[in-house]
Ligand binder design. Structure first.
Ligand SMILES: C[S@@+](CC[C@H](N)C(=O)[O-])C[C@H]1O[C@@H](n2cnc3c(N)ncnc32)[C@H](O)[C@@H]1O
Length: 451
């Protein structure tokens, strides 16, 4: 039997203990929450504050926020929006009336009518009336309105050209109103979905600031559920053809699965989930900052810095740029890239200047970790660092910094450096009935650093 296997944790109790998966998120700590909480409670039974320095989807901050004061921070705006909704929830009649009022005013139907040509065209594809896989592929490859406007000389099928021209004219009347449709319609969402998402987004942005985070977070979670990609991230829209330029098998099913999902149904579901979050009587603080700036803000109320930085060369901004644009409600320039020898807009429609993290760059990562260790030690706080080792079987990307290097660097700044795995911890701490073995064992590591 394999050694060092991990213990499967009963997730039912976690649900009651307020786990909340806000978005489909790579490297989410959802499954390690109890491990993290128990470690924190052990190293600080006095229940002082925790700073979640790389909060991402907000699950860790939320899980700890019932018992401790939380400072949470991330460089990305969508993370701030979600964490505000999780940690500082609001509920009142005005908010409760948001969806009924959208429905009453029939605003969605009015906007959908304007775009009926492109919606009908896509519908014919989705529902099989256009039974021509090449045509489906052409649609997926050429339907971007942003590219249609920018890359003028592109050769496009006549019928599609006509509906795109008409859609472009509607968008030009109000440039800010349909950013999701302009950038991501047909690529990450169906056109119908993107128009409904846009209508909701516009209504949110017309509201008083204090209501925005709650509703925007519901919309971000909705977008994350709907997106039509493999793995529910936003790095690449579906690639319709294989290496030999042949339409992929099962393409239509893959499209139908997500693109027929109803936006309002999902938005209502998320609205109700966020509404059920209980306000905690704590003065949690949420920042959108580089971690270096957040470290400067840490005061005597905070005892532990919990850090879950990225560990591979993949920048998180690549996977969640669509959520960033929705949350910022801006009109970014799309970054360029060389495709088949030609400079084109990036296939994923990435924001130009999206955040590039020093933790993901091999030459910069060790120094960046040293900065983190040095600052936390100087502030006299305990550092709890998450680390997920590299699993070759899963074809995940190698870590930019290895565990051994991290330990060595940490020891330069902290007298006490202890490495714990989820498996080891749960064996020690959980009762026998929950000791189910599975392959998670070393998948989650915590490094405790203190002086
Ligand atoms: C591994 S994820 C955090 C996941 C989070 N613990 C969760 O469970 O959802 C790493 C996060 O670090 C953020 N990040 C990367 N570099 C950063 C920096 N220099 N300052 C602040 N945040 C950064 C990314 O935006 C990303 O959200």
């Amino acid at each position: 039997m394999q050694q060092n296997r991990a213990v499967k944790i009963e997730f039912k109790n976690f649900e009651e203990n307020s786990t909340f998966r806000t978005i489909h998120y790579l490297g989410s700590k959802l499954r390690s929450l109890e491990f993290i909480k128990k470690t924190i409670d052990e190293i600080d039974p006095s229940k002082k504050g925790v700073c979640d320095l790389f909060s991402g989807s907000g699950v860790v901050s939320h899980y700890l926020s019932g018992e401790r004061l939380i400072f949470c921070s991330d460089i990305q705006n969508y993370s701030k929006v979600i964490c505000e909704a999780l940690l500082n929830p609001i509920s009142n009649n005005f908010i409760d009336n948001f969806i009924p009022s959208l429905k009453r005013k029939e605003v969605i139907e009015i906007e959908l009518k304007k775009f009926k040509k492109i919606i009908n065209y896509e519908n014919q594809i989705l529902n099989g009336n256009i039974n021509n896989t090449d045509k489906i592929c052409n649609f997926l490859e050429d339907c971007s309105i942003y590219n249609f406007i920018e890359e003028k000389n592109k050769k496009i099928n006549k019928e599609l050209y006509k509906v795109l021209s008409e859609t472009k004219k509607i968008l030009e009347k109000d440039k800010k109103k349909f950013i999701i449709t302009k950038y991501y319609g047909g690529l990450f969402f169906s056109f119908k979905q993107s128009i409904v998402l846009d209508v909701i987004l516009n209504h949110i942005n017309n509201l008083n600031e204090k209501y925005k985070n709650f509703l925007l977070a519901s919309l971000l979670s909705t977008a994350s559920d709907l997106v039509n990609t493999v793995g529910k991230q936003f790095a690449q829209p579906i690639r319709p053809r294989d290496k030999n330029n042949k339409p992929k098998n099962g393409l239509l099913n893959q499209l139908k699965k997500d693109r027929n999902l109803d936006v309002i149904f999902y938005f209502e579901k998320w609205f109700s989930k966020y509404s059920n979050i209980k306000a905690r009587n704590k003065e949690h603080k949420i920042f959108r900052l580089d971690f270096k700036k957040t470290l400067e803000k840490i005061d005597e109320k905070i005892k532990i810095v919990y850090a879950d930085p990225p560990y591979t060369r993949d920048h998180y901004s690549r996977f969640y740029h669509v959520l960033e644009t929705i949350s910022l409600f801006d009109s970014p320039i799309v970054s360029k890239t060389k495709i088949a020898g030609k400079i084109k807009n990036s296939r994923g429609m990435y924001r130009e200047n999206r955040h590039q993290s020093d933790f993901c760059i091999r030459s910069k990562a060790p120094k960046t970790f040293e900065y983190l260790f040095d600052k936390v030690a100087k502030k006299n706080k305990i550092l709890l660092l998450s680390y997920s080792p590299y699993d070759e079987n899963k074809k995940s990307h190698p870590r930019v910094v290895t565990l051994n290097v991290l330990k060595k660097l940490a020891k330069k700044y902290f007298k006490f450096v202890e490495v714990r795995t989820l498996g080891k911890f749960t064996h020690n701490k959980l009762n026998k009935s929950s000791l189910h073995l599975n392959a998670l064992d070393e998948a989650e590591i915590l490094i405790i650093c203190k002086n």
